[in-house]
Design a protein around this ligand. Structure first.
Ligand SMILES: [Mg+2]
Length: 132
């Protein structure tokens, strides 16, 4: 068990969606990604995994969606940062995510630069993106 608080929980049911975020986290931050595949797993991970400092929360997931998971996680861990991610955002959705307790919101497809700026805005260090 680590005493470092450096874990980012990526709650994402889609494999490629998880891979993209996890790759970016590993390459450009000092955070360590772990995964939940639905809202129930996300809630359990928050309860059982020490060191989680950030949750990237897909909204559309099976069993328990990201809005409900966010609401329950925030009830138990009000200080934990949760950033909603979704491909299905409609006008007004951001208000709904915020009402559920999300601290911020990223629309899919997630651009690397927007993702890293978001992390910086919330106080996480990131490495510079090298032009490729
Ligand atoms: Mg999904």
């Amino acid at each position: 068990m680590t005493s470092e608080n450096n874990i980012v929980l990526i709650a994402e049911d889609d494999e490629s969606g998880f891979q993209v975020l996890s790759f970016t986290v590993e390459r450009y931050t000092n955070l360590k990604p772990i995964r939940a595949k639905n809202g129930q797993e996300a809630l359990m991970a928050c309860r059982n995994t020490p060191g989680i400092v950030l949750v990237l929360m897909d909204i559309k997931m099976p069993l328990m969606d990201g809005k409900e998971a966010t609401r329950l996680i925030k009830k138990e861990f009000p200080e934990l940062k949760i950033i909603a991610t979704t491909a299905y955002a409609l006008y007004g959705d951001e208000q709904i995510f915020r009402a559920a307790g999300c601290d911020d919101y990223l629309a899919k497809p997630i651009r690397k630069s927007a993702f890293l700026e978001m992390l910086q805005r919330h106080g996480f260090e990131t490495r510079r993106i090298n032009p490729e």
